[in-house]
Design a protein around this ligand. Structure first.
Ligand code: ATP
Length: 132
């Protein structure tokens, strides 16, 4: 089976570098499934899980947006934050979710805070889903 090297990088440093058979992720334009030999591509990512597959096993990484760069034998994910399930503090994510929900209930006069709260909510929900 052909493989591709996947590298996940944040401003704090590398999170993962390994080889996989397939990568699935959510770009701003929709779901992408990438196999070795894919045409080169750059795409912005949603706050979502990047799924790394080899045989029957699948590893997930929670990313808060960022970019995907695809070359035929290499994928780079460059994100502001990226966490493996075992590195996610679920209680912290649940607290962040509760804070964001509280802010969103206060019917937004301030549009910027509303947008920030929505992004915070998405990050927290993504972390909770990936940590399971
Ligand atoms: P919080 O309000 O809990 O800080 P946040 O969504 O504002 O959540 P970010 O700004 O996205 O946090 O991330 C800041 C740093 O903290 C990053 O290094 C990120 O990987 C880490 N981080 C955030 N939430 C968690 C979590 N629940 N578990 C582990 N690491 C986390």
């Amino acid at each position: 089976m052909k493989t591709l090297t996947v590298s996940v990088v944040t401003p704090d440093g590398p999170v993962l570098e390994d080889t996989f058979e397939m990568v699935s992720c959510k770009s701003e334009n929709g779901e992408l499934g990438i196999l070795p030999g894919h045409i080169p591509l750059v795409a912005p990512l949603q706050i979502s899980a990047v799924r790394l597959k080899s045989g029957e096993t699948e590893q997930k990484i929670a990313v808060s947006g960022g970019f995907l760069e695809v070359r035929p034998d290499k994928i780079t994910v460059l994100a502001q934050t990226a966490e493996k399930p075992e590195d996610i503090d679920k209680a912290r994510a649940e607290e962040a979710l509760a804070r964001a929900e509280e802010r969103l209930k206060q019917k937004g006069q301030d549009e910027i805070d509303f947008a920030r709260a929505e992004l915070s909510l998405k990050r927290a929900m993504n972390r909770i889903t990936v940590s399971r």
